[in-house]
Design a binder for this molecule. Structure first.
Ligand SMILES: Nc1ncnc2c1ncn2[C@@H]1O[C@H](COP(=O)(O)OP(=O)(O)O)[C@@H](O)[C@H]1O
Ligand SMILES: [Mg+2]
Length: 417
């Protein structure tokens, strides 16, 4: 396992006159409301422990006031913790001198803000070059680099414009280009897309994912929107009242929400879009491996199934039914495997979103074969398993999986956000 890039241990943040004086109450478990009522102190964060790995998009999610901004402001020490440890690349940020801290902020992390944070009296070009200016890079070089990032985010031709002349989406592209231009390894994005219209926002998400495939930065992305978190996050941490209530991959969070709070988020998600075939498929019920049709029929009869997936050393060949095998055996002009023996059933790939294979799944009489890039059969996609993901999520987990297939809701009725 690679060492985490950012390591947060036992982090507490209490806002108020004398934070340390209320730590005892906080630690014994008094609620945020109770601490506020009794002492006038606000519990910002409570015993946060998390690791962020190099090259991942780590999403911090939670409702407004849950402590998301407070948490990332600790990463570059814009806020000092009341208690706890913040290690970045093995460096304890609390131990940095003010000079070292300045360097650290300039080179290690750059931030993209919700309200873009652009300088209104500077051109687009000068906004993007700003971080480089602070780094002391000479004009020619900084314009060259800024231009490169402006081109990358699709703003060629806008160099001489001022922020107010651009749309929200374009302004945020400037913000993104500015952050990328500093060449910092870690990108902190605090609700960076939250102020954008849904369509533009979705475009920005795509662009970020695309950029990340090339750049492999470590991105810490804050959002209050689970759809956004699921779409871009490799891992997601969910905050509630300053407490980390769940940490995991998008699938883990969707399939087993830790508590009612997480479940409330999960309920509104278009799970057909967020889940992939791989997470829903089952192992194939019957693999037909026989080399002749007669043996195949024997193999099928021994199993309780009336159809199966024919596989050879070359991989998946096709879906055969008992009926077609019987016909083929009776008709002795064809005792070898041949095209016509297979049913015409679409093949799906493991990393496809369920949403994209919904029609095929629902309209097929058989569970669809799941075949990977190498042509190997990985599983089968059952109609009932697909229908199941449209049923209410359950925090009780496995026990609650009913046998009864539930009616899928209209997949086109997506939450527009
Ligand atoms: N400087 C501050 N002084 C006092 N309370 C603060 C301060 N900053 C944040 N808080 C409180 O800490 C909690 C978390 O705030 P914040 O991190 O801004 O939440 P989020 O970013 O999730 O909306 C809130 O209750 C907020 O009122
Ligand atoms: Mg915030």
């Amino acid at each position: 396992m690679t060492k985490p890039l950012i390591e947060i241990t036992g982090l507490y943040k209490v806002f108020g006159q004398a934070p340390h004086s209320v730590m005892e109450k906080v630690k014994r478990g008094d609620s945020k409301d109770k601490v506020l009522a009794e002492t006038g102190h606000t519990v910002g964060l409570k015993d946060i422990n998390l690791n962020i790995k190099q090259g991942e998009i780590f999403v911090i999610m939670g409702l407004s006031g849950s402590g998301k901004s407070t948490l990332i402001r600790h990463f570059n020490r814009l806020i000092d913790p009341t208690e706890g440890k913040i290690m970045v690349e093995g460096i304890d940020v609390m131990q940095l001198s003010s000079k070292e801290l300045e360097e650290f902020r300039r080179h290690k992390m750059s931030m993209v803000f919700q309200r873009f944070g652009l300088l209104p009296h500077r051109t687009v070009m000068d906004n993007v070059a700003y971080g480089l200016e602070i780094q002391g890079i000479e004009k020619g070089e900084r314009y060259k680099r800024a231009q490169n990032w402006l081109d990358t985010v699709g703003l060629k031709g806008y160099e001489k414009q001022y922020p107010a002349q651009l749309s929200g989406g374009q302004q945020q592209r400037v913000g993104l280009a500015r952050a990328l231009a500093t060449d910092a390894e870690i990108l902190l994005m605090d609700e960076a897309f939250s102020a954008l219209d849904p369509l533009i926002r979705s475009e920005m998400q795509d662009q970020l994912i695309e950029l990340q495939e090339k750049l492999h930065k470590t991105i810490i992305f804050i959002t209050h929107d689970l759809d956004e978190a699921l779409r871009i996050g490799d891992r997601i941490a969910i905050l509630k009242d300053g407490v980390l209530v769940q940490q995991g991959t998008p699938d883990e969070i969707l399939l087993s929400p830790a508590d009612d709070y997480v479940e409330a988020f999960v309920k509104d998600v278009n799970r057909a879009r967020a889940l992939t075939v791989e997470t829903v498929m089952q192992p194939p019920a019957l693999r037909i491996t026989a080399s002749t049709i007669e043996e195949a029929l024997q193999q099928m009869k021994r199993s309780k199934h009336d159809y199966g997936y024919h596989v050879t050393e070359e991989g998946y060949q096709g879906l055969v039914t008992q009926e077609s095998l019987i016909d083929a055996v009776e008709d002795d002009t064809c005792d070898d495997w041949h095209e016509e023996i297979y049913e015409s059933v679409p093949v799906v790939s493991p990393d496809t979103a369920i949403e994209e294979v919904l029609t095929e799944t629902i309209s097929s009489d058989y569970s669809l074969p799941v075949v990977d890039d190498e042509g190997n059969l990985q599983g089968e996609l059952e109609r009932t398993a697909v229908a199941e993901i449209f049923s209410e999520p359950s925090s009780e987990g496995e026990e609650n999986h009913s046998e009864e297939p539930k009616k899928p809701t209209d997949p086109t009725l997506d939450k527009a956000s």
